[in-house]
Design a protein. Structure first.
Length: 173
């Protein structure tokens, strides 16, 4: 029995955001994307998107509008990442608050149910997206050797708590 349905992602990708394909977007009728930043499109501590992420963003935004919404408060870092991707963004979002998600969705002029909130965290990204009525996609974090900061332990604790609350984190495509 699931005690907290707002923690349940609509899709558990089981891979990084780079594996979110046009076919998946079409299958789930996604018309817009809101992406978390840290560990979703760049490893935490890294200040610029990697070439494979830049290429993925360029291809994806030809299909759907894309916004960045992050809890990170660093204008310098998040601004540099957004600039490297030529994407609009909101920082200091305080997810699971819906306020900045609502602003991003309204800017896209797409119904919330047709916008996917994509992130690596259950208690921020998934919860915020579900509270907004968005399609939620839980992805595996992007990691790289240059990033010395890791939230792997926090993520493991989050997942353990979510499973205890009845959330299924089984990979589906």
């Amino acid at each position: 029995m699931q005690l907290f349905p707002l923690l349940q992602p609509d899709l558990v990708l089981g891979a990084s955001v780079l594996d979110l394909t046009p076919a998946i977007l079409t299958k789930y009728q996604i018309e817009g994307l809101v992406l978390d930043v840290d560990d979703t499109i760049v490893p935490i501590g890294i200040n610029i998107a990697q070439p494979d992420t830049i290429e993925w963003i360029e291809q994806t935004r030809q299909i759907v509008p894309v916004w960045l919404v992050t809890n990170n408060p660093s204008q310098v870092r998040i601004g540099a990442i957004a600039d490297s991707l030529s994407l609009p963004y909101f920082l200091s979002a305080a997810k699971p608050s819906r306020r900045k998600l609502r602003q991003a969705v309204e800017a896209m002029s797409v119904a919330p149910a047709r916008v996917a909130m994509v992130g690596d965290r259950v208690f921020t990204d998934v919860l915020a997206g579900n509270r907004m009525g968005m399609f939620t996609i839980l992805i595996e974090p992007i990691v790289c050797a240059e990033s010395s900061i890791s939230f792997n332990l926090i993520r493991k604790v989050e997942f353990a708590i979510a499973r205890l609350l009845g959330v299924s984190l089984t990979t589906k495509k």
